[in-house]
Design a protein around this ligand. Sequence first.
Ligand SMILES: Nc1ncnc2c1ncn2[C@@H]1O[C@H](COP(=O)(O)OP(=O)(O)OP(=O)(O)O)[C@@H](O)[C@H]1O
Length: 649
Amino acid sequence: MAARWLAALKTPVGAVSAAMLLSVLTLAVLAPILWSGQAEEINTRAILQGPSPEHPVGTDSLGRDLFFRLLVATGLSVKLALAATGIGVCVGLVLGAVPSLLSRRIGRLVTAFVNIAVAFPGLLLAMFFAVIFGVGQTGAVLAIGFATAPSFARLTQTLIATQSERDFIAAAKLAGVGRVQRLIRHILPNIAEPLVVTATIGAGSSLLAFAGLSFLGLGVQPPAYDWGRLLNEGLNDIYLHPMAALAPGLAVVIAGLAFNLFGEAVAKTLGAPTPFAGKGAAPQRVRPTAVESSADVEPSTSSRESSAVLTVSDLFVSFPGPAGPITPVRGVSFSLAQGEAVGVVGESGSGKTQTALALAQLVEYPGSVTASRLEFLGQDQLSSPSPAKRQLLGTSFAMVFQDPMKSFNPTMRIGTQLAEVAQRHQGMNRRQALARAADRLRAVRVPAAERRLRQYPHEFSGGMRQRAMIGMGIMGNPALIVADEPTTALDVTVQQQVLRLLSTIKEENNVAILLISHDLTLVGQVCERVLVMYAGRIVEDLPATDLAERSLHPYTQALLAAVPDMETDRNQPLAVVPGRPADPSNVPAGCAFASRCPKADDHCTREDPQLVQQEDGHRVACWHPSRGTGQRVSVELKLPAAALQGEAS
Ligand SMILES: Nc1ncnc2c1ncn2[C@@H]1O[C@H](COP(=O)(O)OP(=O)(O)OP(=O)(O)O)[C@@H](O)[C@H]1O
């Protein structure tokens, strides 16, 4: 952080404003110590004099030297402005954080209050509070502090909301880290920098506001004096001695500019948002709600269920939309057996990620999740949360996100983040937890594990970070790893290493894997079973070995036909699934795929087919299922040999 602040000094504005700020702060500390005597010295022979070599700014009505008074007033002016800013930041932090900590209703009330307060001009609010808190220094500090708090609260809310959407917060939530701990350990360190920058800019505004209140007689009271008071006194004789009013005014402007320009220069270097950069409460995650089961939505019944790690029936996820609810997941049902790897494929927007988030209870408010059954390791996830449930999810349910850069908290060492799970759920002390973390990093083939534990996420390569994320997932004893496009952000070689690692963990620990991907070939490499999703529903559930030759749904066949292979004619345009995916806010009646399906008839557009189990355990939701092969697909069911090499790179 210090290095990035220092980088601001390399810009011309940064360098000049830093020099100005340093001078102001030095004066604020030294002037009252060095020149208080001269500033207080009364000289009845030199009353109300104009500027002269002896008194560069002139004298006041008691013959006191205004230059020394100006210098000494720097101390009180800066001290009070900083105190007011401190109060503004603290109250703003509390107001900004409350919506993410308390119930949604209280959060909404606080957000509405902040929004109203932000709409008032700051100085008006300060005068209003000054009347409430009383005339004088303390009243003015409180008044300006409370008047600036709403803009800090707004900024805090916005920053918390942004951070709350990041994957490492979802990971912390899944690991059972409570709201307060998430805020203190994971969110605040990541928003501290823009808050400090904004506070620096805010100190300049507080300085101006304080001078304003003192000038109006509401702030500093005689015999104490700050720049506002000197301005007030100088104004009485402005026609005789304009310098007496101009000099304190100039001091306020220069000091205010120093704070403002320095803050702006740092903000520009960091790209930090300003206090008015948006609004909104921090997102809160919703818990699935139980609903009555509708017909034909039970997960596939087979021997899998007896050893099921996960069973879900009739899962719906919806969000309020401008023209009615948007439902990206519409009645998903399936189960996952111990040690089974299942792939979820489908075009963008088909509901894959929302399904995974709902299973991990990570869908954010205002989304809502309902299901008639949701069991993880035999434990009902639809009833109220309990410590036992959080413990089970924290140790047995691991999630690997798409972008390894966002999966870790950038302000914490990798070791601390891995150790958090073991300390929280396995009763280990920090030393034991770090030893376990080193062991887990070795298990995911991260070389020099002990040294790596002390590094920050940015010191890891993309592939290494993804492996460390998987390592974090196996800090406990996971029964299920949900990997949402875990290799999309990685190059092909590293992609193969990560897939290989997932397969090894699955084999060695009998862990079930739910692998979400656009890539049918990749899913075919790792998974035994494939769920094909379209418009928020599973339209086909088939063994991966059947993908190439025995798929039944026209959508699966269209996806397969769109996979290019070595024989694809490069002179021809690549095959695509014709038409556009269904809009989750306006899913058509009947089969959602009908408008893109070559086999569709009236029946398809009238009635939505249910997911029906076939004789071979294969499930399909289609009125006209027929065996078909994707024209171009060649799904490799074994990992290529190249994937086994270069693991530690
Ligand atoms: N906060 C939200 N508000 C409204 N709709 C949302 C919200 N979040 C997601 N959606 C809906 O969910 C759909 C995306 O679902 P999801 O992310 O599960 O798709 P996906 O199959 O994983 O897509 P991709 O492969 O691109 O990640 C969006 O198209 C949108 O309609």
